[in-house]
Design a protein around this ligand. Structure first.
Ligand code: HEC
Ligand code: HEC
Ligand code: HEC
Ligand code: HEC
Ligand code: HEC
Ligand code: HEC
Length: 390
């Protein structure tokens, strides 16, 4: 027993010694390669091409290993995409100089297929990204991607969630914040919870709307970038009768006869003008799935005196907003409920803070400056609270 053990130990020792020796030899070679690479990279970055030629000629034996090293570095796991292509280009240029100066084409023939494959992968990734971007061209259409891998396994497209289709029947407060926090990716949405009657399953249970557990309907939500998604990308055209039927079924109202010219009112940017729909009494969305809930709204307008002399002041209407949105969606997460209590800046709005939590994502876009900056500096709005300049 002890004999076996000691043999084992000496065997291990020998192996350890051998690998140390190999490591040492390896690192002598690799430090020469590193040194060569340092000079090569410096010249490459400073575009000193004339100095590259003698360098490549005098280090002929190191170049195959140097090319390998650049490629390995490029393909290492956490390498950033731009850096990857940069390193591969450098490897390819070294390999082709080596071929011309030293007559050895082996490193180049090894690098070229790798680059070709990487370029193809990169193009595919870009196309994939662009595909999902175009799926979100209608404001408030969100492609959901948290469970992409599991969906792929089942041959399902990603889910495209269309805010506008839901806004026809429901005010924001039906979903926010009792069903969903008003923040993308923040709700841990999954098929399992939906099938258990939570999240989308609160309605998509075959009662209020089509069932999420019926095989017939999987493709109505898992629809992004399929032909059937077309209907969700065109707020101007939809089946009036179907909308009316759905509205009647769930106790909301849709009155197509009040549509101006029989058409959905759109702004210049092709986005539905929801307030025009309300003014013309085209629709009455539900404020809650529970008929006994008291709606809480707040009257009053607030004028933001802008800090710039070149833009008009901004009118914020509490009534319009609290019609759709619960107080606790905005207060205190987006705004402290105190007049002048928030240092609201346009640059932050355009990055998704303050009013930008909704505008530009689900409500009308920033391009529509005048819709917010609607009060000329000289004008008084009766009864409005005035915020001083910040
Ligand atoms: C039928 C349910 C439903 C209704 C009604 C609804 N939303 Fe949403 N909303 C969602 C879902 C689902 C998400 C995505 C949540 C996630 O990804 O976890 C979301 C996300 C959002 C976000 C987050 C955007 C971001 O980039 O983080 C905003 C803002 C938003 N909704 C605004 C509104 C507004 C404004 C209304 C009313 C005009 C409204 N929603 C009505 C379901 C709804
Ligand atoms: C408050 C209820 C409610 C919730 C919550 C809800 N939906 Fe809907 N959804 C509806 C209604 C109503 C319609 C209109 C379709 C119908 O039933 O006629 C609809 C329509 C849709 C459509 C349009 C498809 C079509 O063929 O008409 C999609 C896609 C969709 N919902 C996805 C979702 C997803 C994804 C979620 C969860 C992230 C969700 N919905 C949450 C009620 C809801
Ligand atoms: C009402 C809309 C809706 C319908 C209908 C629906 N799903 Fe989903 N499904 C979702 C949403 C939302 C997610 C989460 C997507 C994400 O975040 O990536 C999801 C996720 C999934 C996932 C990913 C794994 C997981 O647990 O979340 C699978 C698999 C899936 N659904 C299968 C199905 C199948 C099969 C059907 C038909 C029987 C179906 N879905 C019908 C909305 C729907
Ligand atoms: C869309 C977001 C939003 C919603 C919804 C909202 N508020 Fe506000 N509220 C604001 C903004 C913006 C201000 C101005 C803050 C400032 O001046 O810095 C404000 C200011 C206030 C103030 C101080 C000024 C005043 O009017 O006296 C109170 C109180 C207030 N809100 C209460 C409420 C209540 C109650 C509700 C629900 C019925 C509500 N808010 C709904 C955005 C909102
Ligand atoms: C929680 C979401 C949310 C936030 C935050 C929010 N809004 Fe809105 N706002 C809406 C919705 C929903 C509408 C209805 C129109 C639409 O969705 O396009 C609207 C409409 C408006 C309108 C149109 C009024 C009209 O008469 O045409 C103005 C102006 C406006 N918002 C200004 C603001 C300003 C200014 C802020 C920030 C101080 C702000 N909103 C913050 C959701 C929001
Ligand atoms: C959703 C409403 C909304 C829209 C749309 C909007 N703004 Fe603003 N803007 C505001 C609010 C709120 C303020 C803050 C007012 C204050 O307290 O100074 C502001 C402030 C500004 C200021 C003052 C300086 C600063 O940095 O805060 C400028 C300039 C400005 N906006 C330009 C624009 C332009 C240009 C557009 C169109 C491209 C635009 N805004 C669209 C709401 C909006």
């Amino acid at each position: 027993m002890s004999l076996i053990k000691s043999r084992l130990n000496s065997g291990l020792l020998a192996a350890a010694l051998l690998s140390l020796l190999l490591l040492a030899a390896d690192s002598i070679a690799s430090s020469a390669v590193d040194e060569f690479l340092r000079s090569y990279v410096t010249n490459y970055e400073q575009q000193k091409f004339s100095e590259q030629v003698p360098l490549v000629q005098s280090n002929k034996s190191l170049i195959p290993a140097a090319v390998k090293k650049l490629v390995q570095d490029a393909l290492s796991k956490d390498q950033d995409q731009n850096r990857k292509m940069y390193l591969l280009n450098m490897a390819s240029s070294l390999a082709s100089m080596h071929m011309h100066q030293n007559g050895d084409d082996k490193p180049l023939s090894e690098v070229e297929p790798i680059i070709k494959e990487e370029v193809e992968k990169m193009n595919a990734r870009l196309a994939e990204l662009m595909k999902w971007k175009t799926e979100e061209r209608v404001i408030g259409n969100f492609v959901m991607m948290r469970h992409r891998e599991e969906e792929k396994e089942q041959g399902l497209a990603p889910v495209l969630y269309p805010h506008w289709r839901h806004r026809i029947f429901f005010e924001c407060k039906v979903c926010h914040t009792s069903i969903f926090r008003m923040k993308r990716w923040a709700n841990d949405i999954s098929q399992e919870k939906i099938a258990a009657g939570e999240q989308c399953g609160k309605c998509h249970d075959g009662g209020i709307s089509f069932s999420a557990t019926d095989e017939k309907h999987c493709g109505r939500c898992h629809v992004a970038a399929t032909a059937a998604a077309q209907a969700l990308h065109d707020p101007a055209s939809f089946d009036q009768e179907e909308l009316k039927k759905t509205a009647d079924r769930i106790g909301a109202k849709w009155r197509p006869e009040n549509l101006p010219g029989g058409k959905m009112p759109l702004d210049k940017w092709g986005f539905i003008d929801w307030l025009e729909l309300k003014r013309r009494n085209v629709f009455t969305p539900l404020a809650s799935l529970d008929k006994n809930v008291e709606e809480e709204t707040r009257n009053g307008k607030i004028v933001f005196r802008t800090s710039s002399d070149f833009v008009d002041d901004v009118l914020f209407d509490h009534r319009i907003h609290s019609d759709w949105i619960t107080c606790d969606t905005c207060h205190p997460e987006f705004f402290v409920p105190e007049l002048g209590g928030n240092r609201v800046k346009m640059i932050q709005i355009s990055k998704g803070r303050w009013c930008g939590h909704c505008h530009g994502k689900v409500s009308f876009t920033f391009a529509n400056c005048k819709r917010c900056h609607s009060v000329p500096k000289s004008e008084q709005i009766e009864g409005a609270l005035l915020r001083s300049k910040h």
